[in-house]
Design a protein around this ligand. Structure first.
Ligand SMILES: *[C@@H]1O[C@H](CO)[C@@H](O)[C@H](O)[C@H]1NC(C)=O
Ligand SMILES: *[C@@H]1O[C@H](CO)[C@@H](O)[C@H](O)[C@H]1NC(C)=O
Length: 227
């Protein structure tokens, strides 16, 4: 009886899935197929990183730096100039911002893309991520823009998520052009991620104020949470 029910359920699942597949196939552009979905997923993440780094470094985003890349999508919510304490760190993140603009251009040369989605880069968004990572609310709420170390910690959250996306999705790519693009982006992402890890490692003993928690503990909490 139980076996019979599960076979019926399996049959229904397959049926429903195939219906979705048919609908989806009809909606996808014929030439480029499923690669488009995968690359467009990255496009969201690239928009997010571009805006976070541009705003953090300059107080302005794509609307000023490269308005054509937004395709008329809405400006992000809550992104701000970060509090850099050293010129060195400002230059590091400005470099990241310029790379993201390059990624957006590269993606849009290959796929049609879509306008910038509405991105909520408010300190509340990051505060909630950190609360989740710690499993308790931080007081005051974590604000990525409040200090240099906070901004580095917040950057650690974003590329990690992106990197996971690339690694997970890369084998699904069929088209050689798309594969090359994603492999290229993946390489840069790994370097970025590694670089941010290194920045945090150098600062591992530093206490993040006002939480009385070391950078090492923040990093561990974020890593555990994201895995
Ligand atoms: C942005 O996200 C935060 C956290 O989820 C939320 O509290 C806030 O209302 C959002 N802002 C807007 C304008 O949607
Ligand atoms: C791969 O995708 C690109 C861009 O969509 C397209 O120009 C190219 O013809 C595709 N190549 C193959 C082998 O399908």
């Amino acid at each position: 009886m139980a076996l019979h029910i599960s076979i019926t359920i399996a049959y229904i699942v397959v049926l429903v899935a195939s219906l979705f597949f048919i609908v989806r196939t009809e909606q996808t552009p014929t030439l480029e197929g499923s690669d488009v979905d995968v690359i467009e997923f990255y496009l969201n993440l690239e928009y997010l990183e571009a805006e976070f780094f541009l705003f953090g470094c300059t107080g302005e985003g794509l609307d000023v730096a490269a308005p054509e890349l937004t395709q008329g999508g809405p400006s992000p919510i809550g992104a701000r100039l970060a509090t850099f304490e050293t010129l060195n760190m400002l230059l590091v993140f400005m470099n990241f911002a310029l790379k993201e603009i390059g990624h957006l251009r590269a993606i849009k040369n290959i796929v049609r893309g879509f306008p910038r989605p509405l991105l909520n880069l408010s300190s509340t968004t990051f505060g909630q991520v950190m609360d989740n990572a710690f499993g308790r609310p931080l007081h005051p709420p974590f604000d990525p823009y409040a200090s240099e170390i906070n901004y580095i910690l917040a950057s650690y959250v974003i590329p990690y998520v992106t990197l996971t996306g690339y690694v997970g999705a890369n084998p699904e790519l069929q088209n050689a052009t798309s594969k090359k693009l994603v492999a290229g982006l993946l390489g840069v992402k790994s370097i970025e991620d590694g670089y941010i890890r290194e920045l945090l490692y150098e600062r591992r003993a530093q206490v993040v104020h006002p939480y009385g928690v070391t950078v090492a503990e923040f990093t561990n909490r974020i890593s555990d949470y994201e895995e």
